[in-house]
Design a protein around this ligand. Structure first.
Ligand SMILES: C[S@@+](CC[C@H](N)C(=O)[O-])C[C@H]1O[C@@H](n2cnc3c(N)ncnc32)[C@H](O)[C@@H]1O
Length: 272
């Protein structure tokens, strides 16, 4: 597909690999979301990020659901047309995961792939590292494809749910993997969700997050096509702290195209 217009580019970037071209560009001055101001580059002003989110709920989440329901249930589809980056992505995650297991000694009994799409990361990486993986994904056609791709011998549970309403069982998971999905959650829902994740960890467990991060100081991006937010590093750190989590490991995706947002990986553990 030719990328003549920024709208074409945005269509390809649903996977969250947004370039520095921005449709909605919001200036960000302070970590709390209610201290932000911004605009959309086309004249609309936002006094706060809460203005962008509105009330949350269906008004905010409906669009992402519609968007993902229309995408191809394929590697290229969940990567927004960047299927060729799949091997690089998986290799980077594998390096990071090896650090998680060796340096943090996270147990390997049970994990969940949260916002799993077609189960791409579980299929190519996580199921090789953990004895049981559960798949959590709201979109019917994607989770159905995950069931097919992972095959009859797959042991884990398939849970069709958005993360903002998923309550993982207490004291159950050694590792919860989130990749290109927290960008869909409002700050409040993200913090509440991460608290539930913290409570669902077994002793020694960790929450992994792999997301695009805006490294431009104080500037984050809202994509109105799928209602997602590319947060700054400070914003992510603030969310983690508010959820009672600290960063035990941080790793930047190697060999990533420089015109795309940097992708950072975090291993989070309870603060206490
Ligand atoms: C860019 S894809 C990434 C899929 C997968 N993590 C991967 O890397 O292959 C984004 C995924 O997030 C899911 N998603 C969007 N909003 C979500 C929400 N509120 N809760 C859980 N998943 C969501 C979409 O259905 C889609 O599967």
């Amino acid at each position: 597909m030719l990328l003549h217009k920024s709208s074409d580019l945005f269509r390809l970037m649903k996977v969250c690999m947004l370039s520095e071209e921005k449709k909605f560009f919001v200036s960000y001055f302070h970590s709390p979301s209610n201290m932000t101001t911004g605009h959309d580059g086309e004249g609309e002003e936002f006094e706060t990020l809460d203005d962008v989110w509105g009330e949350g709920g269906d008004g905010w989440y409906g669009k992402a659901g519609e968007y993902w329901n229309q995408q191809d249930a394929s590697i290229n589809g969940v990567l927004g047309g960047f299927g060729d980056l799949h091997p690089t992505d998986v290799a980077g995650s594998e390096t990071f995961l090896n650090m998680v297991f060796s340096q943090l000694a996270v147990p390997r009994d049970r994990g969940a792939d949260c916002g799993a799409g077609i189960g791409r990361i579980t299929q190519f990486l996580l199921q090789k590292q953990l004895k049981q993986m559960d798949i959590v994904e709201p979109c019917a056609n994607l989770i159905k494809t995950a069931q097919v791709e992972l095959g009859k011998n797959f042991q884990g549970e398939f849970i069709q749910s958005p993360l903002q309403s998923w309550v993982p069982k207490m004291n159950t998971y050694n590792l919860l993997w989130h990749q290109w999905v927290l960008l869909y959650l409002t700050d409040k829902d993200c913090v509440d969700y991460l608290v539930r994740c913290r409570e669902s960890l077994t002793p020694g467990g960790a929450i992994c997050v792999k997301e695009n991060v805006s490294m431009k100081s104080g500037q984050f991006l809202v994509d109105s096509d799928d209602n997602s937010v590319t947060r700054t590093l400070d914003q992510y750190k603030s969310l983690f702290t508010r959820a009672g989590l600290k960063i035990a490991l941080q790793f930047k995706q190697p060999r990533w195209p420089s015109h795309l947002f940097p992708v950072l990986m975090f291993a989070l553990v309870p603060i206490v």
